[in-house]
Ligand binder design. Structure first.
Ligand code: ADP
Ligand code: MG
Length: 680
């Protein structure tokens, strides 16, 4: 990377302290970052049309001559209109600007301009309101639109990008090796950057974009595959036997075919030549925990230890309860390690894991702390994977010597995409729910029907069943706690007077949360009023109804997760989505929820509605945020990048050759942004 790339944004002409702050806010603290801040979209000014050819109500570009002076009209105090006539040689249109005296000096009679705006008026009278314009001889054919922010317009960003180009040397050092670039007919870096910001035409934009997308995906794949390099490692923790049938006798139910399949695939891996790296994908409630337990059992029976990491305290404790009940009868000792475990218990757990007298550790990130050592760690499992970064997974694995690795994802991901993104993992799919599960009846209602819905919830509680209410999202400026408590008081004093209600929110101490969850699990509470902290993994089969306030505020996957808290037993379950949303996208989400409870279908729809940028954001999967590639549209390039990345690493595993230095630097940078620090 040329050093110019790392220069502070403030070195640019026209960028002072105040504006630099805004650039930092939109993710461009340096000149390099600015050049990689790609336009969100583009305005095409390259095809001006005649006034007559632009249908009313549509946006178009007109090349026209100003044929009148700008007239000024006072409407009332604080409101002045500026009107001017424009002709394309065939007919006229009237332009109107509000409170914008500058147009008086900028639009000169007799000169030609391009105007871009929505065509309005009637068949006989054409008008545009405040169209953008530029002198026709000085107008870029395609105008970039940047993700602007308050105080920093797209135009200002474009100007800064122009200034940045002026500073850059003609030939940039290109991270892509020449040979690779030529083989795939990819353009050079400088050309790509220039044309992605200021494309000469739509064709050039496509050429530029293709190269940048390829580069980004290549770097992503290089990063992921480097972490996978462990697959070349020898399997020193080879399982001798498949003891899963023995384990199934401990289960209070018969495993499903899908569970058995996943277990035998994983066992086969652990008996293979290199350590297991496997992802188990299953819909909510498909019984991933039992799969995890089976594998822990197999490993532990051969004298090794296992560790299971969950994203929250509540979930870790739940797993600890379930697994200890299942496995203790077989003589297996388990320990819980979370932030809230008391010092004395923690000391005992740490000692037991170190000397091997405890075989199974269950916990949160606390498992990663330095003091935790294992005598012989054979298997590492992470549950609800998207909450963890790729590197955290690796950090836990480092507690042993290349232990087997199982990742359990909470949210189904469309299969083809999973294959590409988790290129480093083999995949098992639980495509079968335990027997007797019924479809969760799902309704969307408006808030005026809330009381009736409450009545319906109460009917269930009266039969000894339990329910959840996911409370409204916090108002701006209000604390999480205040809003939940207030909402809860309203229920206690109103519709749900006399019921046993528990409250759960993010601000509570872990121990308080555990106490509430334990009481709810034990049936000592009828209703759990909660924020989305119950979103993932919580398993209380006697809870059969969930009401979600402000349902429009959640994404599809999250709604599906929330709904997955019910429908975990034999009883028919219900989900009520409360929303007054009007906008089409929100309504579409609610419709899909009412139609299907198939997590894989919902994942597909989610991807379609939200777009992959969001779907694959670091928040969801611990992967770096991509700035230009689109995992769906660019699937072909993704495959190509994956192949090339494999090839490159086979040849030069640490990317040490001089022509690979650039890629190595980029890879490190991409993963540093998500705090992965896995590349040094
Ligand atoms: P998830 O895949 O969402 O993590 P869990 O592992 O929490 O699902 O399982 C959901 C519920 O289904 C639990 O109450 C569990 O005991 C039960 N369960 C799992 N497998 C089976 C099965 N084969 N038959 C009956 N119930 C099962
Ligand atoms: Mg689970």
């Amino acid at each position: 990377m040329p050093s110019l790339f790392t220069m502070d944004i403030q070195t640019l002409k026209g960028v002072g302290e105040r504006r630099a702050k805004l650039f930092r806010k939109i993710g461009a603290p340096t000149i390099g970052d600015l050049l990689r801040l790609y336009p969100r979209t583009y305005e095409d000014w390259s095809n001006p049309q005649d006034i007559n050819d632009i249908p009313l109500g549509e946006i178009g570009v007109v090349r026209g001559e100003v044929v009148s002076p700008v007239r000024q009209q006072f409407v009332r105090k604080g409101m002045t209109l500026f009107k001017v006539e424009v002709s394309d040689g065939v007919r006229d249109m009237t332009l109107t600007y509000f409170n914008n005296p500058y147009v008086k000096s900028m639009l000169q009679e007799g000169k030609e301009y391009l105007f871009r705006g929505k065509m309005q008026g009637t068949l006989t009278r054409r008008e545009m309101t405040a169209p953008d314009f530029a002198p026709s001889d000085r107008c870029a054919p395609i105008v970039p639109i940047y993700p602007q922010t308050e105080g920093l317009s797209s135009r200002q960003i474009a100007a800064a990008v122009k200034a940045a180009f002026a500073l850059l040397p003609e030939l940039l050092r290109d991270p892509l090796p020449d040979e690779l670039r030529q083989r795939h007919e990819l353009c050079q870096l400088r050309f790509a950057l220039e044309n992605v910001h200021f494309p000469g035409s739509m064709e050039l934009l496509e050429i530029a974009r293709r190269r940048l997308v390829f580069e980004e995906l290549l770097v992503l794949q290089l990063g992921l595959l480097s972490m996978k390099s462990r697959t070349r490692v020898e399997n020193r923790l080879r399982l001798q036997e498949d003891r899963s049938e023995e384990f199934y006798k401990l289960l209070p139910f018969t495993p499903t075919g899908a569970q058995k399949r996943a277990v035998s695939q994983a066992v086969a891996d652990m008996r293979g030549d290199s350590p297991m790296s496997r992802l188990v994908q299953g819909d909510v409630g498909s019984g991933k925990t039992a799969v995890a337990a089976a594998l822990c059992y197999c490993v532990i029976q051969e004298g090794m230890q296992a560790a299971l990491m969950a994203p929250t305290e509540v979930l870790a404790r739940q797993h600890a309860n379930t697994l200890s009940k299942l496995l203790e009868p077989a003589g297996i000792r388990t320990a819980l390690l979370t932030g809230s475990v008391k010092a004395k218990e923690k000391r005992e757990a740490v000692a037991g894991l170190a000397d091997g007298s405890i075989q199974l550790a269950i916990g949160t990130h606390a498992l990663l702390t330095e003091g935790v050592q294992f005598q012989r760690l054979g298997l590492v499992i992470t549950d609800e994977q998207h909450r963890f970064g790729v590197a955290q997974r690796a950090a836990l694995a480092q507690k042993g010597e290349n232990p087997h690795l199982l990742v359990m994802s909470a949210t189904p991901i469309p299969r083809t995409l999973a294959l590409m993104i988790f290129g480093d993992l083999d995949i098992s799919i639980l495509d079968e729910l335990p027997p007797g599960r019924q479809k969760i009846e799902t309704f969307a209602i408006t808030s005026d029907k809330r009381e009736r819905a409450f009545g319906y919830v109460k009917k269930h509680l009266d039969r000894g069943l339990q329910g959840y209410i996911i409370c409204p999202l916090i108002e701006e400026g209000q604390s999480d706690m205040a809003s939940v408590t207030q909402y809860c008081r309203m229920l206690e004093e109103g519709s749900f007077a006399g019921y046993r209600i528990g409250v759960l929110h993010g601000r509570m101490k872990p121990r308080e949360k555990d106490a509430v969850m334990a009481a709810f699990s034990a049936g000592e509470l009828d209703l759990l009023v909660s924020t989305t902290v119950v979103e993932v993994g919580v398993d209380v089969p006697n809870a059969v109804i969930i009401l979600i306030e402000n349902a429009e505020r959640y994404g599809l996957s999250q709604l599906h997760q929330l709904r997955g808290r019910v429908g975990r037993g034999q009883e028919k379950s219900t989900c009520i989505l409360v929303s007054d949303a009007q906008n089409e996208e929100a309504l579409a989400r609610l419709r899909i929820m009412c139609q299907t409870s198939d997590g894989f279908r919902i994942a597909d729809e989610d991807l379609k509605l939200r777009g992959p940028g969001d779907f694959f954001g670091s928040r969801q999967h611990g992967l770096p945020q991509l700035s230009i590639a689109n995992m769906v549209q660019d699937a072909a390039l993704l495959r190509l990048a994956q192949q090339e990345a494999r090839e490159l690493l086979r040849e030069d595993p640490l990317l040490e050759q001089p022509e690979h230095k650039g890629l190595r630097g980029e890879t490190r940078q991409l993963f540093e942004k998500v705090g992965e620090g896995a590349f040094n």
